[in-house]
Design a protein around this ligand. Structure first.
Ligand SMILES: [Zn+2]
Length: 412
């Protein structure tokens, strides 16, 4: 079976919006309560708290906090489950200590794991998504699907728009991947000047960064400047315990400009996602290629280097590779991640000699051994294509079992 995710914009009416706000609030409350109890348990016993104990306790909590009964109890359990996962990741040293969710964080969400329905528009009716305790919410269902709805995640973006992200099990058995052969393999190198360079048997293709990103970044700068001139006052009050509580009050204009800025961010995110989907779709549909080789980017480490950081987050390289993997898997093709220590940009693709130093500024270089002139990105893509020709021993030396890209859903 394979799980596919679809995003739809939803239009809740006034009372539904109130109910959604209650759901966001309660899910957040349960999440934070879980974190604080798990934290106390850890401090007291040195062990992680058991999730099921908490879920049993949740039933009793509803007596003390009756407003929890107003919302879908499964959404609360999902909140506890998410908090548990965050805490376990921290406990097993995969992530930082989870932080409490704030009411003031602009992006709010909750999940419904069951009893959701997607009603596609018929002649004379509009599309709806049915959520437990909330009812049928009007939705623009721009894509039809067949399969069982698994989980629906409802999100309110900072721009104030609501979306539902629907996970669907389409019941299809994933195709067996093609056999890897060099002829039908292409290498993809991600760069700064050119977003992606693809080398296959058909030659070299350079995919430029989309120009809208640069244009929008100027608009963002202007809006950020405007926002910084708007009135925002921060005061500190003392509560009964004598603790200082921060209170922020903003002017109406501040709120207006903040929403405009959030809308710009959202527009950029959507256009970037569109661009990624178009480019990856075209690559996957290339009938001459059945395997793509990419480098192991170790994205977290790279974002720390600020030369690359902007290029990576501008184009969304992580999302690009994730989208590519999903589509390749569905088409029965392969995505191969080269070893983390494979020096793809430093090898001569003609003779294999390694160039000892290569700065990010050097776009062209020539091989000291055979004298060939190389374009930096093209050479890297060629080397990545050659990865499938390496022996297992060579692959192992370059970290064959390096950490591959995480298989998480594409952030919206
Ligand atoms: Zn050479």
């Amino acid at each position: 079976m394979s799980i596919v995710s679809y995003q739809f914009r939803i239009y809740p009416n006034t009372s539904q919006r109130q109910s959604l706000i209650d759901h966001f609030g309660c899910a957040r409350w349960v999440y934070n309560r879980y974190l604080s109890e798990a934290h106390d348990c850890y401090e007291a016993t040195g062990k992680a708290m058991r999730r099921n104990d908490f879920i049993v306790r949740l039933v009793h909590l509803k007596k003390d906090y009756p407003w929890l009964k107003e919302v879908n109890s499964q959404s609360l359990q999902m909140a506890a489950r998410n908090a548990d996962r965050a805490f376990v990741n921290f406990f097993e040293k995969r992530a930082k200590r989870p932080r409490f969710k704030s009411k003031h964080t602009c992006r709010q969400s909750f999940q419904c794991p069951q009893h959701c329905k997607v009603l596609f528009p018929e002649i004379g009716t509009k599309g709806h998504i049915v959520l437990p305790k909330i009812g049928a919410v009007k939705a623009i269902l721009h894509r039809r699907f067949n399969g069982t709805v698994k989980t629906v995640t409802v999100v309110r973006e900072p721009s104030g728009k609501y979306y539902a992200s629907v996970l669907v099990d389409n019941g299809l058995v994933a195709l067996a991947p093609d056999i890897i052969d060099f002829e039908h393999t292409a290498g993809i190198d991600a760069g700064i000047k050119t977003a992606f360079t693809v080398v296959s048997q058909n030659g070299t293709e350079k995919i430029d960064s989309p120009s809208f990103l640069k244009k929008s970044s100027e608009q963002l700068k202007k809006q950020q400047k405007r926002l910084s001139r708007c009135k925002r006052t921060v005061t500190f009050k003392e509560n009964e315990k004598g603790e200082k509580i921060k209170e922020v009050s903003v002017s109406k204009r501040y709120e207006k400009v903040r929403q405009e800025l959030a809308r710009t961010h959202e527009r950029i995110r959507h256009r970037r996602k569109d661009w990624i989907n178009q480019v990856t779709r075209r690559l996957v549909n290339d009938s001459q290629v059945t395997t793509y080789v990419i480098e192991d980017l170790n994205l977290k480490g790279m974002v720390k280097n600020h030369h690359l950081a902007r290029a990576i987050s501008d184009v969304g390289i992580g999302n690009f590779y994730r989208a590519l993997r999903y589509k390749l898997e569905a088409a029965g093709k392969n995505l191969v991640v080269a070893g983390r220590w494979f020096p793809s940009s430093k090898l001569c693709p003609e003779c294999g000699t390694k160039k000892e130093s290569l700065t990010l500024r050097e776009r062209q270089w020539s091989c000291a051994h055979c004298g060939h002139e190389h374009d930096r990105d093209e050479a890297a893509a060629k080397n990545l294509r050659h990865w499938v020709k390496l022996t297992e021993i060579e692959k192992h030396r370059y970290g064959r079992n390096g950490r591959a890209l995480e298989r998480e859903a594409i952030p919206f």
